[in-house]
Structure formats: C-alpha cells, structure tokens
Design a protein around this ligand. Structure first.
Ligand SMILES: NC(=O)C1=CN([C@@H]2O[C@H](COP(=O)(O)OP(=O)(O)OC[C@H]3O[C@@H](n4cnc5c(N)ncnc54)[C@H](O)[C@@H]3O)[C@@H](O)[C@H]2O)C=CC1
Ligand SMILES: CC(=O)C(=O)O
Ligand SMILES: [Mg+2]
Length: 372
C-alpha cells in the first residue's frame, strides 16, 4: 500500500504519526512509505532516519497526498488538508468530529474514508488510542494549571503545595478516567488537596481503592459541581462520553461563585469542552480570562511534549496501521470489532452515531460497509 505521513500543521503541533521504527515495519512488509520532508523533526526524527528505514522523503506536499492511499496523521485535518482529501483516501488520525461541524461536513464532502483514533475500543472498555495522549494531557494539566495560578498569568497567586503553616491549594478533577486520574496523581504529588468527581461509581471505587483516602472521590451531581466551584483553586475538566460533544458542567453563572483568579483547565476541549465559557486555545496563546477566572483550553496539549507523545502514540497506533496497510480498511475493520468503531466517515456518510447525533444527521452502521 502507498502510505503518506504529512508534517502536522496545527499550531505548535510537533508530533508525527509514524516513527522511523514504524516506517521500517511497513517497508519490511513491502509497503511504500512517503514522509513529508521535516515531518519528524519536532519529535526528534530526521529525514535521514526515515530514509534509513526504507521510506522516501517527499518535499512536494500536493504530490505526497495525491499519490497516497493511506494517510497517517496526528491531529484532525486542517482546512487546507481537508481540501486535499479524495474518495480514494483512507485517513487515520484524531478527528473529534462531534466538536467540529465544519470539519465533519468537509470530510463528508471529500468522500474519503476517515478512521478516528479516539473511538477505537478495547476488550476492557477502554479507548487504547486515546489513552496514551490522555495520560500525557492529564499529567500536563496540573503543570499548565499551576502556572496559570501565578499572578502574572491572571491567577489568584496560590502555590498548590502551600508552605509550612499555609494550607495547600485545592484541585478538583471532573471525570476520573485516564486524564482525570493522571491529573489527580500529579496534583497529589505536588501536595495539593485533590478531589475527583465522576458519574461512574465503579470508577470511583477503583480510585478510592488505589489512593486509599489520599484523593477524595465524590459522585458528580449539580450540588457537587457547585461545591467545587466555591472551593477549588483549580478545576480540571476531564469528562468524556466517547465520540460525543462534552456536557457543559460548569456554567458561566457558576464562575461568579469561584475565587477570583481560580483556574479552569478544560482538557475535554477537543470534544467541545465541559465548561460553558471554554473555547479552544493554542500553545501560542493558551489562556484567556472570563469573569476573573483563568481558562486554559489547549486542544492539542501533548503536541508540546512531542518526543514523549509521539513515542507513546505510535506504540499504540502501529498495530492498527499495520492492519490497515496489510489488509485494506474494509478487511482490517471487519476482522476486529474494536477497530470497527474507529470508522467515523465513509463516502459521504457518517458512521458513528454520536457524531451524527451532534449534527442532526443519520449514521450508517459500519458493519454494513465492511461486509460489502
Ligand atoms: N486537550 C487535549 O490535548 C487532550 C484532550 N483529551 C480529552 O480528554 C477527555 C477525557 O479523556 P479520557 O480521560 O481519556 O476519557 P475516559 O473515558 O478515560 O474518562 C472520562 C471519564 O469521565 C466520566 N464522565 C462522563 N460524564 C461525566 C459527567 N457528566 N460527570 C462526571 N464524570 C463524567 C466517565 O465516567 C469517565 O470516567 C476527552 O475529551 C479526550 O479527548 C485527551 C488527550 C489530549
Ligand atoms: C487526543 C488529542 O486530541 C491529542 O492528543 O491532541
Ligand atoms: Mg480540534
């Protein structure tokens, strides 16, 4: 198969979708891999590294896309990338479509087959291609939030660990999944007082057992959210309903109850965000202030630590990339019921119900497409 790896073009996105190690696996099986010149640089991989793995380096972006059957990316295609997609392409990347109507329409119009990392499942009920980046984003959330608490950033001037004789800061994490647990661990390590809210009792049980009272667990209700707004120095939004737009859990009215200079870190921003006042920001300008509350809403947090993130992401994606390359998308998805829900868009149709619901569209059952 002809496989292309473009250089990512989202703001301050330094990850790459395939490492030289992955390129070697593909070329060793007889596939043709073209990597855009400089695509790996931000993650520490030179063009020479890819050439040594049997890949071809291509400086002509238009030709790279035109000649490819399978396109491997990290972030959702930007407008100029959507314009390059055709019905002959299979695109494998993060998509987060429920938060992006224009992108969804663009992909539908392109006729391409679009498979999302974030909706692929595993036998344990997890999201194995989202989890490594959720781990990164969760770990980063506290350092981003702690920086935002500094006065120069518009924050309240609270130091999370406190000092002897001065109480630590309070961190509330809404959603105790992969992002939430990793954020809580970092906050705990810094010495903050940490509370996790979740709607899943089973998940709260796991966390309670794991942290033995060092992290408070609270069932998420309107009352619990009100309490968080009144007391927390930092609230980290980490909820997910797979594939769907995030529910708005902290409203604008609730900001008035928060201490001035408190911080909202909305990691769930890539699914639209779980705070009413959230809007996507970039690493170039990560924060803004609404009603005295600092908002950090970067949609590609792991891009900032591209070396670690690229290695973590590609470890998880490689088996799926190999299946797509060896078998083609229909056979690969047909053979693996956990890969199948990755299909979000095919030939002008939405194939993931939560994405269709977000925009009042109907979705086609992907089973029907792969068994044709
Ligand atoms: N901004 C960024 O750079 C990144 C963002 N993310 C995003 O972070 C979000 C969280 O991802 P994961 O932790 O992997 O998901 P996850 O599925 O592991 O955890 C989500 C948790 O939210 C809980 N939840 C759902 N609805 C809730 C509600 N109404 N109240 C309280 N809890 C609720 C679930 O029970 C679950 O425990 C996703 O939107 C993901 O795409 C992930 C990586 C990078
Ligand atoms: C999950 C995601 O959106 C990211 O890693 O950028
Ligand atoms: Mg996005």
């Amino acid at each position: 198969m002809r496989i292309a790896v473009p250089k990512e073009i989202k703001n301050h996105e330094y990850r790459v979708a395939l490492t030289p190690t992955g390129a070697r696996e593909l070329t060793g099986r007889g596939h043709h891999v073209s990597v855009q010149a400089g695509a790996g640089e931000g993650a520490g991989f030179s063009d020479h590294d890819y050439e040594a793995a049997g890949a071809r380096i291509d400086a002509d972006v238009a030709a790279l896309w035109q000649n490819a059957e399978l396109i491997l990316k990290v972030k959702e295609p930007q407008a100029e990338e959507v314009a390059r997609l055709t019905p002959d392409h299979t695109l494998f990347t993060y998509l987060h479509l429920a938060a992006e109507e224009t992108l969804t329409k663009g992909l539908l119009e392109s006729g391409a087959t679009c498979i999302a990392y974030e909706t692929i499942t595993d036998a344990k009920g997890g999201l194995p291609l989202l989890a490594p980046m959720s781990t990164v984003a969760g770990r980063m959330a506290v350092q981003a939030g702690a920086h935002s608490l500094e006065k120069a950033q518009g924050g309240s001037g609270v130091l999370l660990p406190g000092v002897p004789g001065v109480a630590p800061g309070k961190v509330t994490v809404i959603g105790g999944g992969v992002v939430g647990e990793n954020a809580a661990r970092m906050a705990l390590g810094l010495g903050a007082e940490v509370t996790i809210l979740d709607k899943s009792i089973a998940r709260l049980e796991v966390l309670d057992d794991r942290y033995q009272g060092r992290i408070k667990t609270v069932y998420s209700t309107a009352d619990a959210l009100d309490e968080a707004a009144k007391t927390a120095d930092m609230i980290i939004g980490a909820v997910l309903i797979p594939g769907a737009a995030a529910p708005k859990l902290i409203t604008r009215a609730m900001l008035a109850d928060m201490q001035p200079g408190s911080v909202l870190v909305d990691v769930a921003i890539d699914q639209g965000g779980c705070f009413e006042t959230s809007k996507p920001t970039t690493h170039a300008e990560p924060t803004y202030i609404v009603d005295g509350i600092v908002h950090y809403c970067v949609a590609n947090m792991p891009g900032a630590v591209a070396r670690t993130s690229t290695l973590g992401l590609t470890n998880a994606t490689l088996p799926f990339v190999l299946a797509l390359a060896d078998k083609g998308w229909q056979q690969a998805l047909s053979d693996d019921p956990h890969f199948l829900p990755g299909l979000n868009v095919h030939a002008g149709q939405v194939t993931y119900p939560a994405v269709a619901n977000a925009f009042g569209l109907t979705s086609v059952d992907p089973v029907k497409l792969v068994s044709q």
